[in-house]
Design a protein around this ligand. Sequence first.
Ligand code: FER
Length: 293
Amino acid sequence: MNRFWITGLALPLAFAVAAAQAPQPRKGGGPIVLGPNDKAAFPAAPKGFDKKRDDIPHGTIEKVEYDSTTVGNKRKMLVYTPPGYTKETTYPVLYLLHGIGGDEEEWRRGGAPDVILDNLYADKKLTPMIVVMPNGRAQPNDRAEGNVFQHAKAFETFEGDLLKDVIPFVEKTYPVKKDRESRALAGLSMGGGQSLNFGLGHLDTFAWVGGFSSAPNTRSPEKLVPKPDEAAKMLKLLWISCGDKDGLINISQRTHAYLKEKNVPHVWHVDAGGHDFPVWKNDLYLFAQRLFR
Ligand code: FER
């Protein structure tokens, strides 16, 4: 039996296949097939990139609540402010989204985002930014309970919550820059699909977009990027990545193939690994360094 880590929940799922084994069928597609072009665009993060260092300044993660007009209640999110954070300046913002089995705590629980970013600041590899980790399941009970696949629709509804509630709250509460070139949107799996759908669907709002191991909620390439020339002109960075043992890699491959055909500049990064945090931590390490430059 193959076991597939649905972002925080270990669920045995027929669609998930370890590529190291003989190709097997998967929900929504065929076996993992890698092409010559499916390789790492950058070296992996150095050893220790996700280990806490006591001798450096640290940022802070706080949990805050905002009023969601979209869902009709108060919702929670995490906000990471960088080392040396001060209201005397203004920061760009990365909105960082979780997967189908996760919630606003998923990145902190599994991805050590504060550790990875603190270390990057200490090594002078990062433009100071605020990182917002909201809950992408926009419904009254937004806990990852029961059959998480039954609540996939709420991940669509989150588009309104993000644009009309989360971002306005962040922009009135924190000292942040408010132009499109100061907003990035990225996420893992279901959150990767959301980031591509909402980011590329709202180029007026986001100039930096990343999909890590994006799930089948990702719009078809023609719907995702109906105007390739416009997208090419407006995007500062479009990042598409996936693990080479991830049963969902066909989603990223088809997105990459279309972008390449339409000459939309983007990063195509195929990491060694499956549908899991080692890949996503590496993504955060690599992606964050390229933001807001
Ligand atoms: C699916 C397989 C996986 C799907 C979503 C996922 C919406 C999401 C996985 C994750 O977020 O880890 O068919 O359909």
